[in-house]
Structure formats: C-alpha cells, structure tokens
Write a protein that binds this ligand. Sequence first.
Ligand code: ZN
Ligand code: ZN
Length: 410
Amino acid sequence: MDDGRKVLVVVMDGLGDRAVKSLGQRTPLQCANKPNLDWFAANGTSGIMDVISPGVRPGSDTSHLALLGYDPFEVYTGRGPFEAAGVGLVGKPGDVAFRCNFATVDSDMNVIDRRAGRIKTPDTTMLASAINGMQLGNITATVREATEHRAVLILEGPDLSPYVSDVDPHALSSIQSSEPLRPEALVTAQAVNEFVHKAHEILRDHPVNRRRIEEGLVPANALLPRGAGVFPNIQSFQERYGISASGVAGVSLIRGICRVCGLEVIEETGCTGGTDTDMDAKACAALRELERKDFVLMNVKATDVNSHDGDPRSKIESIERLDSMAKIIKDSIPEGAIVVLTADHCTPVELGDHSGDPVPLTIYSDDSIKDDVTSFDEISCARGALGRIRGVNLMPILLDKANRSEKFGA
Ligand code: ZN
Ligand code: ZN
C-alpha cells in the first residue's frame, strides 16, 4: 500500500478547561469566537481523550510521549533526559540525565542563591565547559548550559540508575546528599555526590566567578542536579512506524521529547506579519515540514501559560489567536492530509495547574465521517463519533486513517 497520507497533529498546550465561574460556568473554549477551529470539528470526527489514563494529571513530557504512541509508564523515569535533549544532548539508552541549576553556596555548602543571581550565558557556557567531561571512576559527566541559570548533566557509564534523590534542596538550606532510592542506585548516587563536590572545587576558583565577585555579583560556585531520568531504549519514530517525522515546538522540553523519539526538531522561522507572528510562523513552519515529511507534530504553548496565570480572559484571546492559526492550516491543507486538533492535557484556569480531565479531539480528513459535532470544545467533542480514547490510541488510529497500518490477520 503506497498511498499513505500525511498527518499534522496540532497540540494546543493546556487547552482544555472546566466550568469557570467568571465565564458563567462555561469553559474558555466555549466562550471564544473560533470559526476555524469549529470548521474542523464540523467537517471532521470528534471525541475526547484521556491523554495518559482517566484521572491521571499529565505533565507536558509524559503527555507528548503518549501522543506519539509511546507508553509513558514504560519509557519515562524523570524529566532530565528530555531537558538534556531539549538543548541538543541526546544520550544513549541507559545514560542518566539531570536538570541542574547553577547556584551560589557558602563555605559550608549552604545554598544562598538557587539561581546564582540569575546568571546566564556566556558565563554559564564557560563554567559548564570547565566541568564538562569530568571523570568519576568509570563514569563520564557531560555538562551543557541551558536557558538562564539552568544546565543539564548526563552521566555515562556501566550500571547507572535514575533512582536517586535530588541534590537541589529546592530551598535556601544545605545541599542535599544524593541518596539511592533503590539498592541498585548506590553507584549513581555516589557519582552524583562526587560530581557535585568536584564541580564546586573547580567552579569556586574559576576566573568567571572571580570576575563576578569583583563586579559585586554572586558567584555560580555550585551545580545542583535534580529530576534524574534514564534515556529510554525505544525505537525511533521512523523505525516504529516507517514514516518520517518532524516536531515544531518553542518549548525546550517538548523539543527534547521529539528528539528522544527520533523526530527532527524544527526551529521555526518565516511567516511574517499577522497579529501573532509566533503562532502563524509556527503553522507555516509545520505546513512547510509537511511538504517533505509524513508526520508533523506542532505544539503551541500560550493557552497553558494563560491557565497557569489563572487568567480566563487572556486564555480566550489566545484561543482566538489559535483560531487565526487554524485558518492558515485550513487554507493550505495538503491534498488528502489528516489534521488533528487536540491538547496535551487540561489546565483549568481556576486550578492554575494541569488536571486529569479528558481533552477535546478532532480528526479531520477530506473523507472523514461527519458526526453531529459542530463546535470544537470539551462538551461538544464528548458527543462525537470517536468516543473516548486514550493518548496511546491516537497514533494507531492516525496510522490507519493514513492508510499506513499493518493488517492484523488475513
Ligand atoms: Zn502541556
Ligand atoms: Zn503547564
């Protein structure tokens, strides 16, 4: 079968919501003016989706793994590897990665500034390179600066385990010793502690820090690892599904998820003008990618940010900007392509955090069986013909609709 169709998945981060009092018990999606999102619902097939499992509150990392068809309960042990991949460091299966902060500690290793005066590059770049490649017995430490005061650490060597506690005290108190949370993690915990102390010795006297002190700035004399996770041993997207794929995302963590799953990550450019160049540019980049790839996932973050801020009015405005973005997509859908509109989780504005509620879902193609749904929102989609599915069900459904699935049986 060689008439495979292209697939574009539009993930609107934290889009779904609950009844909001200040909106007369309606959701931001129900209140927004969104004729283009509604056009997809009216011409496609809709449903709702438990991205991880009913009632489970997803992180953006575990939810995107599920949307790409990987079981997060199997492949996810912590955020570290995906943050590392987000800045371009993709380790081998078995390597253990951490998120880190550059911090300021006193001579007794008490944390006095968890962000080292909000240090940033080029200082962090020079400090990271001073401790990059450190040997801890037969374990090698790779360090790379990330945004602002952040960095990532990858440990590479035999018998590593992600089941170690955080060094970062998450408060202004003494640096924590990394402890094994399982017996097999003893070697890893020891390596982390050795790394933290050796890094402190190197950073303490580093010229960048001497200069910072002369300038009246706090030194970044410690690195605090947290969020350990192991790089999973997973088939790349291409091997697993036999299709080429790209990810378009502004958020580093989502780029990291895409990279670990073997998608090519696109740093979007182009598409000038319009009221929101950011979203419009993203849609243009995704459509451009769709010309050369079989599958494109794009993530748009704004609605999640509005929700964490607890601001229903700006969430409605973001949805209306998403609607203009949807018009760009609607006007240039490649022949026969499948377009999916959904979210990675709900982020109810009154809660200000992610919830385990199901998200709305519409799958559009020019041969969709139309159901009675004419509005893209939480309530209308729940009446759609797709019913209620789980996140890991999405990829098999899309592969089938794209005429790319294997027949089961004769
Ligand atoms: Zn998210
Ligand atoms: Zn969020």
